[in-house]
Design a protein around this ligand. Structure first.
Ligand SMILES: Cc1cc2nc3c(=O)[nH]c(=O)nc-3n(C[C@H](O)[C@H](O)[C@H](O)COP(=O)(O)O)c2cc1C
Length: 350
């Protein structure tokens, strides 16, 4: 396994961290990553533009924009709108199609030496199958993330991720058409009653792990034009506003599945935010919306996380994963009237 030892010495915060090192390497479904920090699909294209701001080989992996079978122009503009502590987008999966992606983007990422998680999206179960088959023939990536937050054309536009059966059908199709050694992450939508039920269905269908969460469906109305702000009317809400929802989803799925690999995301913009996701049970985290404001955010957050871990006495990032799930500690305290005997101590929760 590769090791990324980050020196955290010299920072003003935390004298305790001076000169110490934290092992930031992470095992994600058997993939050895030098960092738990990834990009989030759709917010970093295929990494080329970000590479001008940070060395993309230093983060865990680039998760590419969801690619479909055919080139796609996406939705009409306007397709982005700022919201309190977040943004709404209705890009509509604009992209060059799988052939061009493999030839240009995937080839560039391999030549650059970046680790890549390829995100795929489709309008039918068959489209997902064909995407998986094409990728199987080329290789050159670490894992597939299956974006199932897409309308199912064969089912009145119902989003695959919102129903256990359709979510499972997609994952089964991708699993069947992929190399059995390729980890498959099902990216789930938070717009469901029970995220654990959907996670259960995709895991049973062959997903190696889950990515939590995609955007929440939202809407903004422009009070000047008196019309919806987005041409597509509704859009996906992302950014810090969604973080508590995302942390809750990671927590619930981790509690139900102690060993399933989880990629957490939703509003991460600092090392502290990333730490929250690891504590909830994420094995790695993706940074999306924050990149639009700070294109070097994933690497900056990696460094901030290393500092925070050192300050808290963790030698390895892996040790903090799911740490918030540990049983409550009990600390003995003396009651006023006790005579010093251990039997007489009361116990309080820390
Ligand atoms: C502009 C934009 C485009 C996105 N495109 C995709 C996409 O193609 N595939 C996907 O799975 N998620 C997509 N997402 C969702 C993000 O990957 C991520 O799950 C979500 O935005 C929450 O993380 P964040 O708050 O850090 O952005 C997109 C998000 C944004 C803001």
């Amino acid at each position: 396994m590769s090791r990324a030892l980050i020196s955290t010495g010299g920072g003003r915060r935390g004298e305790a961290s001076r000169g110490s090192t934290v092992d930031m390497s992470t095992d994600l479904a058997g993939i050895a990553l030098p960092s738990p920090l990834l990009t989030a699909s759709g917010c970093a294209a295929a990494g080329k533009e970000l590479d001008a701001f940070m060395d993309i080989t230093q983060i865990g992996a680039v998760v590419t924009k969801s690619i479909m079978l055919k080139p796609r122009a996406g939705r009409a503009t306007p397709r982005m709108s700022e919201t309190p502590s977040g943004m709404l987008n209705s890009i509509g999966l604009q992209g060059p199609g799988i052939e061009s992606f493999i030839e240009n983007d995937l080839a560039w990422l391999a030549q650059r030496g970046a680790r890549t998680i390829v995100s795929i999206a489709g309008e039918s179960v068959d489209e997902y199958s064909r995407l998986a088959s094409k990728l199987r023939n080329v290789g050159g990536f670490e894992a597939i993330e299956v974006n199932i937050s897409c309308p199912n054309v064969a089912d009145r536009g119902q989003v695959f991720a919102c129903r256990s059966e359709s979510a499972a059908q997609v994952i089964q199709a991708v699993r069947r058409n992929s190399d059995s050694r390729t980890p498959i992450f099902a990216k789930l939508s938070p717009d469901v009653t029970d995220i654990v039920e959907i996670a259960d269905s995709v895991i049973r269908a062959g997903a190696t792990g889950v990515s939590l969460i995609n955007t929440l469906l939202g809407m903004v109305i422009d009070t000047r034009t008196l019309r919806p702000a987005l041409a597509g009317v509704t859009g996906g809400l992302s950014g810090p506003a969604v973080r508590p929802v995302a942390v809750r989803c990671v927590w619930q799925v981790r509690q139900a599945f102690p060993d399933v690999p989880i990629i957490g995301m939703g509003g991460i913009r600092s090392g502290q935010d990333a730490l929250e996701f690891l504590l909830a049970g994420a094995n790695a985290v993706s940074v999306g919306t924050a990149v639009f404001n700070d294109p070097s955010a994933p690497l900056r957050i990696h460094q901030e996380l290393a500092e925070l871990l050192a300050e808290r006495g963790f030698a390895r990032a892996a040790d903090v994963i799911s740490y918030a799930h540990r049983p409550e500690e009990t600390t003995p305290v003396r009651s006023a009237e006790d005579d010093g005997g251990v039997e007489d101590w009361d116990f309080i929760s820390e």
